[in-house]
Design a protein around this ligand. Structure first.
Ligand SMILES: *Cc1c(COP(=O)(O)O)cnc(C)c1O
Length: 359
C-alpha cells in the first residue's frame, strides 16, 4: 500500500529520551520547558521574532481571526483545505470567495477589488501546496482598502519568499504541524506575526485568556499544545534539512519519470524558494483524472484529490461561481510524496500513469 503521505518518524530512542525527561518532571502540558524550547528553536531556525505553538493549524487560523477582531466579510480562496473556510464560518465571519489563478492555484489578486465593499475586513489566503501567493499584489490591495491579511501557510514549512521565511508575511501567518505535513508535531500548529501586541493577545487567547491564576485578560480558548507534541517537534527538527532535501529529490524524480505524461503542473510564483511539499498534477479532464486514480488504486496506490471539492460549494457558505477553482479541483491529483517513498515506488506509480495514458 502506498498512501499519499506518511509521517516522518525520528529514531524511536530519540523520542524516548524526551519522554524520560517528561516523566521525570511530570510536567505534561501548560507551557512546559519543551514547548518553550521548541518555540525558541523554531524562531531561531526561521529567523522569526514572534511565534506561538498551538494545538493545531485550525485553532491557529481561529486565533488569528479573533486576535485581529475580524467579524464580518473575509475575502478568501476556494482552493484550499476545508479548515481555511470552516474557521471563518466558525468565527462568525462570512467568506467571500475570489477565484484562483489557473496556474499557481492561489487566489487571483486581479479579482479581489471587485468584491470589496464596506463590510470587507480582511483577506485570508492560502499559499497552496507551499507556493507563495502574489504577496506584493495582495499587500497593495490590503493597504489601499485598509484590510487585514492572514496567510494560511499550513503547507509552507521551508518555503521562503524574496529571501525571507514566508511565515513573516501578512498581519498574521498560520501554519499546521499535523502529521500529514512536511514538518510535524503529530498534531500542532503555529501563529507568526511581526506585531508583538498581536502575539501577546494570541498568547492570552491560547490560554483561556488567563492573566495569572485568578485573573483574566479577555476571552480565550484552549489553544495550548503539550510537552509530548513539542518533543516530537524537537526530535523532527533535527532532520528537517534531510526531509526537505529528500522531498526535492523525489519531486524532481517524478518530473523526469513523468516527462511524457500529458498534465499541467503548478507554476511556482516568482520569488518563491519552494519546499516541494506536494506533487500535484492536473489531467486534461475529470474523466481521465478518475481513470488514473482508479488504476492507481487497483495497485494499492492512493493519490488524493487535493483539493476537491472547491470550498465555494460547501453547504454552509453562500454559493459563488468560482469556475477556475472548480475546474482545477475536478482534474487534480496529488501523487504520493513522503520521506521514505522509494525510487521503485515512484517508478511503479509513473509506469501505471504512463501506461494508462496510452490505453
Ligand atoms: C492541514 C491544513 C489546515 C489545518 O491544519 P490542522 O493542523 O490539521 O488543524 C489548514 N489549512 C490548510 C491549507 C491545511 O492544509
Amino acid at each position: 500500500m502506498i498512501p499519499v503521505t506518511k509521517p516522518f518518524a525520528p529514531p524511536i530512542e530519540e523520542y524516548q529520551r524526551y519522554l524520560e525527561d517528561i516523566w521525570s518532571r511530570k510536567w505534561f502540558t501548560n507551557n512546559g520547558p519543551l514547548v518553550n524550547d521548541f518555540e525558541l528553536k523554531i524562531k531561531q531556525r526561521l529567523n522569526q521574532k514572534h511565534f506561538l505553538f498551538v494545538n493545531n493549524g485550525t485553532i491557529a487560523i481561529q486565533l488569528a481571526i479573533k486576535a485581529l477582531g475580524i467579524k464580518k466579510k473575509v475575502i478568501t480562496t476556494p482552493f484550499s483545505y476545508v479548515a481555511t473556510t470552516s474557521s471563518l464560518v466558525w468565527e462568525g465571519c462570512k467568506p467571500v470567495f475570489v477565484d484562483i489563478q489557473k496556474d499557481t492555484f492561489n487566489i487571483d489578486p486581479a479579482k479581489i477589488e471587485e468584491v470589496i465593499d464596506q463590510d470587507a475586513e480582511a483577506i485570508l489566503a492560502t499559499h497552496c501546496f507551499g507556493n507563495a501567493c502574489d504577496i506584493d499584489a495582495i499587500h497593495a490591495i490590503a493597504k489601499k482598502y485598509n484590510l487585514k491579511v492572514i496567510y494560511d501557510a499550513a503547507h509552507c514549512f521551508g518555503t521562503s519568499y524574496q529571501g525571507k521565511c514566508i511565515f513573516g508575511y501578512g498581519d498574521i501567518s498560520t501554519t499546521s504541524f499535523h502529521a500529514t505535513k512536511i514538518f510535524h508535531t503529530i498534531e500542532g500548529g503555529g501563529v507568526f506575526s511581526q506585531n508583538p501586541q498581536l502575539l501577546r493577545r494570541m498568547a492570552y487567547m491560547r490560554n483561556f485568556g488567563h492573566d495569572g491564576p485568578e485573573q483574566f485578560q479577555g476571552l480565550g480558548i484552549n489553544g495550548k499544545n503539550s510537552e509530548f507534541h513539542a518533543a516530537m517537534g524537537l526530535a523532527n527538527l533535527k532532520y528537517i534539512d534531510e526531509i526537505l532535501k529528500e522531498r526535492k529529490t523525489q519531486f524532481e524524480r517524478y518530473d523526469s519519470l513523468l516527462e511524457k505524461l500529458r498534465v499541467e503542473k503548478q507554476r511556482i510564483q516568482k520569488g518563491t524558494d519552494y519546499n516541494y511539499s506536494y506533487y500535484p498534477i492536473v489531467f486534461e479532464s475529470e474523466e481521465v483524472t478518475m481513470k488514473m486514480k482508479l488504476e492507481l488504486e487497483k495497485r494499492e496506490i492512493f493519490p488524493r484529490r487535493y483539493f476537491y471539492p472547491s470550498l465555494s460549494s460547501l453547504n454552509y457558505v453562500e454559493k459563488t461561481e468560482t469556475p477556475i477553482s472548480d475546474n482545477i479541483a475536478s482534474r487534480i491529483l496529488c501523487l504520493p510524496l513522503f520521506h521514505d517513498l522509494s525510487v521503485q515506488e515512484q517508478v511503479l506509480i509513473s509506469r501505471v500513469l504512463l501506461r494508462e495514458q496510452n490505453n
